[in-house]
Write a protein that binds this ligand. Structure first.
Ligand SMILES: Nc1nc2c(c(=O)[nH]1)N[C@@H](CNc1ccc(C(=O)N[C@@H](CCC(=O)N[C@@H](CCC(=O)N[C@@H](CCC(=O)O)C(=O)O)C(=O)O)C(=O)O)cc1)CN2
Ligand code: MET
Ligand SMILES: [Zn+2]
Length: 783
């Protein structure tokens, strides 16, 4: 096809083992601490830069020590201060107009400006945050319009590559690919109807071309462009449109821009199966493809176009923490060799930033459990072992393969993994345990019992987690504070939170969740079948992290968990107190979950434990219980064909947890993230009496869908956007509520914030809730 152009130079060596990415936050959350000190004005930008440079250097050294090559590009250059999608926006100059003043003459953002785009400033809202594929990581959504002026506006990828090279390490720069970047972006507000950011692909590609030429000039031999959009049906872009964009993008970057003007290109497609997008990518002139062989299956027949390409088999799971069965994984890699690729290499299925740094930091974790696990560093070792197996043959890694197989096998028979009493209870479930009585009767019984005003006001559960609360918990954990003293401090906090809610005039009170380090980890700590980590931090967004629990065995509840806290709270007030639990799907979604049985079975075990907890709350006189399911949407499979089965088990597990209550006990649920239309049927299926949802930013648009669907139960569309420090005015909330009562039936409506208040400060929360209650009174007066 290109007989008139000279033959391209031979493809540079690609390492037999590499990883798609690595945690960025630091083993001790060094980056989080540096950023938060900078944002608080306690340090200068160069101190954050110094911490970041040190982290990058230590990461390179660690990855080399664990067996990745330094003379072939095995080690990724994939650092980010906040978010890799924001980095890409900053790289291509796609900064929204409201932040244009933060760019210098060349379009660059400094660290302060970059932070402002991420976090907002006064009335200038930050970029919207949303879930990254089916993970608990949140990215910032770029805003792209017809007028967005793309330009090469950051030399960070090149500088970080050069920094590593000067340190003796040839890295592989990692950047979000152009198709995924635009596919995940949203149109600016001024964009005409029908505009999609992908319409700007041809204008964006020259910036990527410039980046590639700069990287080549700096000595990069390979670059990795991440294109996870290609594994998903759920990002609102038609598969045919994505395929055409992919062809066009890589014609410009790989065909029209020839080597050696650019590095060899590895397109990575993590998080799922490429399906029909695989032949599309294979037909481009990129030099390598990295495919996810944990979520996706290895192709079984030769794919045209693969000849001449390097195929990186993502056989080590980047998204969960189980040690790999190396023997079986090696077999998968050997199968790849039959597909016609020029070379086969070992990789991870996704970046490793979804898993904690290392098991070496978990001395308190049960030793039996530890031998079943692999965190990021242990996964790098697995990759290195598989690479040796691939190049030198199985014999060369015989001991490692045997050890891995033994560990995997030992899980099946270990105590606690299968508990007959848990299995028997789940096997004996009957359909009526998943069903409550008719809603009309429940509604009447609850109205009679609770006697709430029109437009009842409440909050989503948590109140600010103050430094004092966290310090007390840390001291308790270290044994410096007794259990009794810790409990006293938490009770004092509950009293403050109840007094505040009463003073403000809220109708349904909460205890504020001060005793919870995290809404999932807290339950994991109190249920059998889970383990928790000390240092297993994983980035959730920006500087915020969680320590996902490890759900390794059959689940049961040794004792009531929330009952004492809730009844204590109820004893302080005549207003109804809402019990607060995290639902089964969310507990699974935000933990590392066993992979040896269907998720639905695991969810039902958790659901039964919660069902018992709700029964105990009910028996203790609590009339309202909220079961949070903010991750219901997150676990929705990326491929449409898998949606129905997922929604079936997830909805059933929620119903199993909640359907045991009396008609006059009111069940609430809470969901965040607003792509609601697509799971409307599932929300209906949950059969909760009251559902609170995120709605403030989208100006209650969701209510139209709810009204149109004839949804009968109550909803609490959020009227206060808790993701921003901004305090909504009373007039604003009044306006939202006025709109809401025009759209749906008044007796279906509750008034509440978008989500919990734990990340906010009292300076913001108190006036915001005052405005919320005042606005409700104003609107009530008009009814
Ligand atoms: N698991 C989970 N996923 C979720 C959410 C969520 O709430 N939980 N919410 C959504 C948004 N994601 C979020 C993720 C994290 C945080 C968050 O606030 N994380 C905290 C840590 C929460 C925690 O585990 N707190 C612990 C440990 C706190 C801590 O850092 N302690 C210090 C010591 C305290 C001191 O002396 O000041 C230490 O260990 O070094 C506690 O309270 O006990 C943070 O990054 O800062 C918020 C939202 C979606 N996904
Ligand atoms: C991420 S959803 C949060 C729900 C929880 N009850 C809270 O208020 O924090
Ligand atoms: Zn929420």
């Amino acid at each position: 096809m290109t007989s008139t152009t000279p033959a391209a130079p031979a493809t540079p060596a690609f390492p037999t083992g590499s990883v798609l990415g690595y945690p960025r936050i630091g083993p001790r959350r060094e980056l989080k601490k540096a950023l938060e000190a900078f944002w608080a004005g306690r340090t200068a930008a160069d101190e954050v830069e110094a911490v970041a440079a040190d982290l990058r250097r230590r990461t390179r050294a660690r990855l080399a020590e664990l067996g990745l090559a330094t003379d072939a590009p095995a080690i990724p250059s994939a650092f980010s201060f906040y978010d890799h999608v924001l980095d890409t926006a900053a790289l291509v100059g796609a900064v929204p107009a409201r932040f244009a003043d933060l760019q210098d003459a060349d379009g660059r953002l400094d660290l302060a400006g970059y932070s402002t785009v991420a976090r907002g400033r006064g009335d200038d809202l930050p970029l919207e945050m949303t879930k990254w594929f089916d993970t608990n990581y949140h990215y910032l959504v770029p805003e792209i319009g017809p007028g967005t002026a793309f330009r090469y506006a950051s030399d960070r990828p090149v500088a970080e590559f050069a920094e590593a090279l000067a340190d003796g390490v040839l890295t592989r720069p990692v950047v979000v690919g152009p198709v995924t970047f635009l596919a995940l972006a949203k149109p600016t507000e001024d964009a005409p109807a029908g505009f999609h950011p992908l319409d700007r692909l041809d204008d964006l590609l020259p910036v990527y071309a410039r980046l590639l030429t700069e990287l080549a000039a700096a000595g990069a031999t390979w670059v990795q462009l991440d294109e996870p959009a290609l594994v998903s049906d759920s990002i609102g872009v038609d598969a045919a449109v994505l395929a055409e964009a992919t062809t066009r993008a890589y014609r410009a970057l790989a065909t029209e821009l020839a080597r050696p003007e650019r590095p060899a290109i590895l397109v990575a497609a993590p998080y799922g199966d490429l399906g029909a997008a695989l032949p599309v990518l294979a037909a481009t002139d990129v030099e390598g493809l990295a495919i996810d062989l944990v979520r996706g299956d290895a192709p079984t027949v030769a794919v045209p176009g693969l000849a001449g390409k390097t195929l990186v088999g993502g056989v080590v799971d980047g998204h969960n923490i189980w040690r790999a069965d190396l023997d079986a994984r090696l077999t998968v890699l050997e199968q790849l060799a039959g597909l016609g690729a020029a070379a086969v290499a070992v990789g991870t299925s996704t970046s490793l930033f979804h898993v904690p740094h290392t098991l070496d930091d978990e001395p308190a974790l049960d030793r039996t459990l530890v031998q079943w696990l692999a965190f990021a560093d242990e996964k790098v070792r697995e990759v290195a072992t598989l690479a040796t197996g691939l190049t030198e043959g199985r014999e060369a890694v015989r001991t490692e393969l045997l050890a891995a197989s033994d560990a995997v096998r030992s899980r099946a028979t270990a105590p606690g993994v299968v508990r007959p009493e848990v299995r028997e209870r789940a096997a004996a479930l009957t359909d009526d345990q998943f069903r409550r009585g008719p809603f009309a009767a429940r509604k009447a019984a609850q109205a009679e019992r609770l006697r709430l005003p029109a437009l009842p006001t409440t909050t989503i559960g948590s109140f600010p987690q103050t430094p004092e609360i966290r310090k007390a918990r840390a001291a308790f954990g270290k044994g410096e504070l007794s259990a009794a003293a810790y409990e006293d401090e938490m009770k004092a906090e509950i009293r403050r939170v109840v007094e505040l809610q009463e003073r403000i005039g809220l109708d349904v009170l909460v205890h504020g969740e001060p005793e919870r380090n995290d809404m999932v980890q807290y339950f994991a700590e109190n249920l059998d079948g889970f383990a928790v980590t000390q240092n297993g931090w994983v980035q959730s967004y920006g500087s915020r992290c969680t320590r996902p629990s490890i759900l390794w065995g059959d689940v049961s509840r040794p004792a009531p968990i929330t009952v004492a806290w809730t009844t204590y709270t109820q004893s302080l007030t005549d207003k109804p107190v809402k019990g607060m639990l995290t639902g089964p799907v969310t507990i699974l979604a935000w933990s590392f979950v066993r992979d040896d049985q269907p998720l639905g079975d695991t969810a039902n075990q958790v659901a039964l434990a919660l069902r018992d907890e709700i029964a105990d709350l009910e028996a203790a006189g609590i009339g309202i219980v909220q079961v949070d399911e903010p991750a219901l949407r997150e676990l929705l499979p990326l491929r449409e064909k898998d949606h129905a089965a997922y929604l079936d088990w997830s909805v059933r597990s929620f119903r199993l947890s909640t359907a045991g209550v009396r008609p006059d006990t009111q069940i609430h649920t809470h969901l965040c993230y607003s792509e609601f239309g697509e799971i409307m049927d599932a929300i209906d299926g949950l059969d909760a009496d009251v559902t609170s949802i995120e709605a403030a930013r989208s100006k209650m648009e969701i209510l139209g869908d709810i009204a149109a669907a004839g949804y009968p139960r109550a909803v609490g569309p959020g009227v206060y956007d808790i993701h921003s420090p901004r305090v909504p005015s009373q007039a604003e909330v009044t306006e939202l509520l006025t709109e809401a009562v025009r759209t749906i039936d008044v007796d279906q409506l509750w008034v509440n914030p978008d989500c919990g208040l734990k990340t906010r400060r009292y300076e913001e929360v108190t006036p915001s809730l005052e405005h919320l209650v005042e606005a409700t009174r104003t609107v009530r007066a008009t009814l």
